[in-house]
Design a protein around this ligand. Structure first.
Ligand code: SF4
Length: 71
């Protein structure tokens, strides 16, 4: 295995309405959990354009990309 990715995607529990948009677009990375919000289930590539589009297109702005050493 290579180095662990420093990128993280946070899901705002109060904002996610489980529309499934992110899961539909990138099922290898997102799933809807039993708590009815999206969860990140794999390593994040912060330079993946599809991921950046998904974050932009979340209808409730629930997704945030950050590097692990960001505040
Ligand atoms: S697209 Fe946004 S609101 Fe919809 S499931 Fe994903 S994080 Fe939640």
């Amino acid at each position: 295995m290579g180095e662990a990715s420093p990128w993280r995607v946070d899901v705002d529990r109060d904002r996610c309405l489980a529309t499934g948009g992110c899961v539909h677009a990138l099922p290898a990375l997102f799933e809807i959990g039993p708590d009815h919000i999206a969860h990140v289930i794999a390593a994040v590539d912060g330079e993946d354009e599809l991921l950046l589009d998904i974050i932009d297109e979340c209808p409730t702005n629930a997704l945030r990309l950050r590097k692990e050493d960001d505040i």
